[in-house]
Design a protein. Structure first.
Length: 275
């Protein structure tokens, strides 16, 4: 079934973030429909009858709004994107992310992309020529069957690793987000080691990791999937997400496994953040 597409206008497109720098989102909603997506909270502010993953709002004036803001905005780093995948399928037709990113680099901004979509390959030459971009992908699990369950419309992990390879070949800085690492599914020492070995093989410049978080609307989505797919994990997920002591213990153990994997792969200096 095709998603519901709604065209909207945005007053601003470039927004300051709590971590410093800016974020840019040309779309609200994401067709990838990832079960664990923290951006599901956006439905609180942009109500839709459709489920997350079944709608996309298109900010049709994104480029025009950006030009207006650039009259005063000071150059800095721009995260593309924080509340959707900037290269989800609709970008192939609308092209708003690519056009905005090109404008940003022309104005001296650093564009940091994080995606699960090979569509970003379309713009790699532009990013490489700008000299002001970093291309990153998110990988939750190296297992493609598992990824299909949790990330039903995103590209398989192997295709995401190909993005990093192609970006490196063009001389671009690269990054990878390993997360959220899924309890009992992709957070064991062996799986984490496999992920870090791949990062080392691809010479990734920056590595982040993350644990599953109980953000608004996330638990209900995760819970429903587990009930039908891995019911034996429901209790463990509840404890990890909602029991403060159990979560602290889990995060500590996960951090140790991540650090061990980074050390074994020889990429400790590239590990930018642990849960």
């Amino acid at each position: 079934m095709e998603p519901v597409i709604r065209e909207i206008t945005a007053r601003t497109i470039l927004n300051r973030t709590k971590l410093g720098g800016y974020s840019l989102n040309c779309y609200i909603g994401c067709r990838h429909g990832c079960i664990y997506c923290y951006a599901r909270y956006m439905q609180r502010f942009h109500p839709h009858e459709e489920e997350w993953g079944e709608f996309v709002d298109v900010k049709v004036n994104a480029v025009e709004a950006l030009y207006k803001q650039l009259r005063r905005a000071e150059p800095g780093e721009v995260f593309v994107s924080s509340a959707c995948d900037a290269y989800q399928p609709i970008e192939a037709k609308r092209g708003l992310t690519g056009r905005c990113a090109e404008v940003l680099t022309e104005y001296g901004f650093q564009v940091n992309v994080l995606t699960k979509s090979p569509l970003v390959l379309r713009d790699l030459d532009m990013y490489a020529e700008s000299g002001r971009a970093r291309i990153g992908v998110t990988v939750t699990t190296p297992d493609e069957r598992t990824a299909l369950v949790w990330e039903p419309r995103a590209a398989p992990p192997s295709k995401r690793f190909e993005i990093l390879k192609a970006a490196k070949e063009r001389g671009l800085c690269t990054s990878v987000m390993f997360g959220p690492l899924l309890p009992g599914i992709s957070d064991d020492a062996g799986t984490i080691a496999t992920l870090f070995e791949k990062a080392a093989e691809l010479d990734v410049d920056v590595i982040w990791t993350d644990a599953l978080n109980p953000r608004p609307k996330v638990w209900s989505s995760v819970r429903d999937l587990l009930r039908g797919n891995r019911p034996e994990l429901l209790g463990a997920y509840r404890r990890m997400l909602f029991n403060r002591g159990a979560r602290a213990e889990y995060i500590g153990n996960l951090r140790s496994r991540i650090e061990d994997a980074a050390r074994a792969a020889g990429v400790c200096e590239r590990l930018s953040g642990c849960p």
